[in-house]
Design a protein around this ligand. Structure first.
Ligand SMILES: NC(=O)c1ccc[n+]([C@@H]2O[C@H](COP(=O)([O-])OP(=O)(O)OC[C@H]3O[C@@H](n4cnc5c(N)ncnc54)[C@H](OP(=O)(O)O)[C@@H]3O)[C@@H](O)[C@H]2O)c1
Length: 325
């Protein structure tokens, strides 16, 4: 059984730990900069080992795969370190600060025959996969346009990684990554990208943005915001009808309509645990099959999204303090 080690005992490490525990997976080690915090996660989730330093955990030869649950600004450093110790990797989104960092990680992983995957869990959700199949079968005809939004009021989290430029803070890398991934997943890579952005007046990071993708036959309008709750729906219009994926990033429900807006089909698949189980199973199967890349979240799919985020930030004049290699 793949023995997982977790780097960073924060919020998302809890979601991962809950899923792995309920799946009956091997919760081998948890590492925090604070040993007491690691011990409290160990007690809560049943990790075999607790470490007070990330490097000490990486030195443990029994760790097979590392789940990196630190802020995006640290992913590159933590992945390169984990690869030095010969570990397979599941790394939280956004995978790195930019495409260049991701390319370096993938290159090093390939050289060392190690598995690496971005934890873009949405792509593994059964509702997303089923919706794609129905779209491919032309239930809504030829695709014409798409709208995707993801926003929440993050004001109460001022002072957290979300608003820290050194950690890759801002809306784009935290939630923009979902709307862009979703549009690319359904429509492909756009021919043209345009956007408007609201930057934080004192720190320069992005608080909200409107992004327009243009394709040969279709278009997509994407919105994300750390200032307000948005609809958080992905809606695709086709020549024969439309589909709405409710809370698309953690999708459990999609509704298909005809042109009269009558429901013609619904997909409802509640998570068996919390939604992370599907991507975790994907990691386990890939490693057991000796694959170095997931067939669902490919290295290329991670790079495609990062390249668009690079392009957007370049047009906004937005760089992160530590984004050089
Ligand atoms: N898939 C999803 O649905 C989802 C949801 C939320 C977040 N995420 C992703 O998961 C990552 C972590 O997010 P989170 O919300 O869990 O963050 P968080 O609660 O702030 O936890 C991040 C952890 O990283 C460690 N860390 C190491 N150096 C740090 C530093 N300089 N500043 C802050 N933390 C540092 C800390 O762990 P120790 O103190 O234990 O060392 C901290 O608890 C992000 O990349 C985010 O995009 C994904």
């Amino acid at each position: 059984m793949i023995r997982f080690g977790v780097i960073g005992a924060g919020r998302i490490a809890q979601t991962f730990s809950t899923a792995l525990q309920k799946m009956g997976g091997n919760l081998y080690a948890i590492a925090s900069r604070d040993f007491e915090k690691a011990q409290s996660y160990q007690k809560q989730y049943g990790y075999t080992k607790a470490y007070g330093s990330y490097e000490m955990m990486l030195e443990d030869p029994l760790v097979d795969c590392v789940y990196i649950a630190t802020p995006h600004g640290l992913h590159y450093t933590h992945m390169m370190l984990a690869l030095d110790y010969g570990k397979h990797i599941l790394c939280e989104k956004s995978f790195t600060l930019n495409a260049q960092q991701a390319q370096a990680v993938f290159k090093k992983a390939k050289l060392n025959n190690l598995f690496v995957m971005e934890a873009m869990w949405t792509k593994y959700l059964p509702v997303i996969m089923e919706t794609k199949k129905w779209i491919d079968q032309k239930i809504i005809g030829d695709l014409q346009s798409m709208e995707v939004s993801f926003g929440f009021d993050a004001e109460h989290r001022r002072g957290s990684r979300l608003f820290d430029p050194a950690m890759g803070g801002g809306a784009l890398l935290d939630i923009g990554v979902y709307v862009i991934t979703c549009a690319i997943d359904f429509l492909g890579i756009p021919k043209e990208v345009k956007s408007t952005v609201e930057l934080d007046p004192s720190h320069g990071f992005d608080l909200k943005e409107d992004i327009h993708f243009t394709y040969e036959q279709t278009s997509a309008h994407l919105k994300c915001s750390l200032l307000e709750k948005l609809e958080n729906v992905a809606r695709i219009q086709g020549s024969k009808g439309s589909v709405e994926i409710i809370d698309f990033w953690k999708a459990e429900h999609a509704i298909f309509y005809n042109l009269k807006h009558e429901i013609i089909h619904e997909i409802k698949i509640p998570h068996t645990i919390n939604g992370f189980e599907y991507q975790i199973q994907g990691v386990i199967s890939s490693i057991e099959d000796h694959r170095f890349e997931s067939p669902v979240i490919t290295h290329q799919s991670t790079l495609d999204v990062l390249k668009i985020m690079d392009q957007l930030r370049q047009s906004w004049g937005l760089t992160f303090p530590n984004e050089t290699l």
